[in-house]
Every structure is written in C-alpha cells, then in structure tokens.
Design a protein around this ligand. Structure first.
Ligand SMILES: [Zn+2]
Length: 390
C-alpha cells in the first residue's frame, strides 16, 4: 500500500502540472488568436490603403510574439517529461519486477506435476461453470477427467444459476433428494429454501388457505429440527390480510440478503456433501500466493544478502508467513521448547499438569521416569503424558 501511495503521489504531480500547463497554453494561444483575428479584420477593412511602416512594425512584433510564446510553451512541455519519467522511476523503485525469485525452480517441469496443475485449472473451470473452457483444456492437455466427476459440477451450476434468478425449485428438488445426508451435516438448506418459497407465495398474493396448505405439506418434517423458525413463518400468516408483511414484525423476511445467503448456503452445503471444498483450490492458492508475495520478496532480499537459497532442500520456508484466518484450515501446534511445528513423528503431548510440549522435547527433558514440567515445576512420570490429536 505504501508503494502504491508513493507512485500515486508522483502521478498526482503529473496530473496537476499537466492541468496548469493546459490552462496556461489555452489562454495564451487564445490571446494570440484573438490578436491575429483583430489584425486580420483591421487589414481587411482598410484593404485599399497601402501598408504603412507602422503596420509592418505591428506585424513583425506580432510574429515575434508568436514565436516567443511557442518557444516558451515547447520548453515548458519538455520540462513535463521529467515529471512523467519520475512516475516510471517511482514504479521501478517501489515494485519489484522480479517475482521469479519467489517461486521454486523446476517445480512444474516434470510431466506429473504439470498434469496436476492442468487438472487443478480444469477443475476450477468446472466449478465456475465454464464447461466449454474446461473441455477445451482437457482435450489440449490430454487430461482424462471421468464423466461422473464432471456431472455434479454441471448440476450444481445449473441450480446456482436458477437461484440467482430467484427460482428455488431445482435447489429444493436437490435438497429433497439428499435430505438424509444434509440433515446428517446439520444443514439448514432445506428450511431456508422452503422459507423463501413460502415467502414468495405470501408476497405474490397467495390466500391464507394456499399458504397453510404449503406449510402443511412442507414444514412438517422441518418443524422437529427447526421449531422456532417454522413458528416464525407461521406467525407471518397473521399479517396476510392485515397490511402485509412489510408492516409486520416479520419484515426482516423480505430482506434481499436472504437471497444472497441462500446462494452461499447452497454452495457450501452442496460442496460439503460432495466432499469438495467450498472455495476452488486454485482460488485459495492464488489468494495465498498474493498475500505471501511481499513477505517472500523481502525474505529473498535478506537471503541474497547472506547468499543463501530461499528454498532450501526441505519443502519449508525459513520463516512462517501468516496468511490470515481465511487461509487457516486446521489447527497447528508449535512446540514452545523446540520451536518446531508438530508432525506425525513428533506429535504434541499433554503433560499431567496440562502443559503441552512436543514428544521430542519430552524425551529430551525426561530423566528416566522423572520429568519436571518446564512451565510449572511439577514433577511427573513422562509415561503419563498423553498424545494430543487436532
Ligand atoms: Zn506444567
């Protein structure tokens, strides 16, 4: 952001200089034009009079004035180049043009890795509903994605498209087909879809009998799990003939955000049901990469000064880069003693006193059957420590 501000400052300078130059040149040129047309008129009106010495002098001085003004304008314009080129310099200074150093060489060179990248890109297109682009990529990159893998994506995209057009029918049908699985993951999808459909009926002028009939048909199996919500919907019925929902305590149900919400709820629950992540893995990777890039570039600078390669032989960076909560998918534990992230080989261990350290640290600190907790000096048997699973 600082870099952007620095460049913007230079751009502002150029804009203000250009504006004042334009104003100045416009007025001076207009003045010259006015003088010349005045002179032209004078000459025309006195066409039969011969040109006197005075006339010649006036003409000469006017020509000289025009020359002076144009020279002045040209040199002023030339000075602007300096300001413009400073913008370029500011960009060079504030932004690194070399991102190559932040990537690991040869990572995608072998056939297998390249195939995986193509597959991830292809899956991204499938998820986003760009089926034709995905097909094209599949044929060009020789990818073999099974037909049954593509199917759910095209189905989901059709449903999402209908939801965008405020048609909940296809989504409702899908939810009914997958009811058992959806309730197993405590999804509210079906309730929310029926709620929208019910409210649609009410706002489209359905009679009380029609609304009650809808409720009877669809709310019965929902009432058990979502009693309060169903009660609120039944409360809406009181206002059908009494000024409408807009004037009722249930006006919140008419909020447009319910439609944005249902779109997200459907995408999330459907992806969870199919065992897919809500966000496309490619989007997550690109976002994480963009967030990490500034840190990677600064590490690169430090590493270059110390003449070490940023990507050591291990698949790890020399420092931890925080990507924010959005990119955090599971809890991690870093041993406070060894300052290392726990792994399958070195899991976190809970001591009797409640403090947690890694197993390697536990072994290092233990003395046969005695261990003194490094945080509270409680003495205990290291064998009493229990492994923790996140
Ligand atoms: Zn302790």
């Amino acid at each position: 952001m600082e870099s952007c501000n620095a460049v913007e400052k230079e751009v502002d300078k150029v804009v203000s200089k250009l504006q004042s130059f334009k104003k100045y040149s416009n007025t001076t040129i207009q003045e010259l034009i006015d003088t010349m047309s005045q002179m032209e008129q004078d000459f025309e009106s006195g066409s039969d009079v011969e040109m006197t010495e005075g006339h010649t002098l006036v003409l000469k001085s006017s020509i000289q004035k025009i020359k002076d003004v144009t020279t002045a304008l040209t040199s002023q314009h030339r000075e602007l180049h300096g300001t413009v080129s400073r913008v370029g310099k500011a960009i060079d200074k504030n932004f690194s043009p070399d991102f190559a150093a932040a990537s690991k060489e040869g990572l995608f060179e072998d056939e297998k890795s390249l195939g995986m990248v193509n597959q991830v890109v292809c899956e991204h297109f499938l998820r986003k509903g760009y089926l034709d682009i995905a097909e094209e990529l599949m044929s060009e990159a020789n990818l073999k994605i099974p037909e049954n893998y593509k199917e759910p994506f095209s189905e989901l995209n059709t449903i999402l498209e209908s939801l965008r057009q405020r048609n909940v029918q296809p989504a409702l049908q899908w939810a009914a087909e997958n009811r058992t699985k959806l309730s197993a993951q405590r999804s509210q999808l079906e309730l929310k879809l029926h709620r929208l459909q019910f409210l649609n009926l009410l706002s489209n002028g359905a009679t009380l009998a029609e609304a009650v009939e809808y409720a009877r048909q669809h709310f019965q199996h929902l009432a058990e799990r979502h009693q309060k919500e169903v009660q609120a919907l039944m409360g809406c019925l009181l206002y059908i003939n009494n000024g409408g929902l807009q004037q009722s305590p249930y006006a919140r149900f008419l909020d447009n955000s319910l439609w944005t919400d249902i779109y997200q709820v459907f995408a999330r629950d459907a992806c969870a049901l199919l065992g897919l992540s809500v966000e496309s893995p490619l989007t997550v990777c690109v976002n994480a990469g963009c967030t990490a890039l500034p840190s990677l570039l600064s590490i690169k600078q430090v590493m270059q000064q110390r003449q070490v390669n940023m990507w050591c032989t291990m698949d790890e960076l020399p420092i931890e880069i925080h990507l924010g909560r959005k990119c955090q998918f599971h809890s991690i534990f870093a041993c406070p003693i060894l300052r290392q992230q726990s792994s399958d080989h070195n899991p976190p261990m809970r001591l009797v006193c409640g403090h947690v350290i890694s197993r390697d640290a536990l072994h290092k600190l233990a003395n046969s059957t005695k261990l003194k907790c490094p945080y509270c000096p409680i003495e205990q048997n290291p064998n009493d420590a229990r492994e923790i699973h996140f």
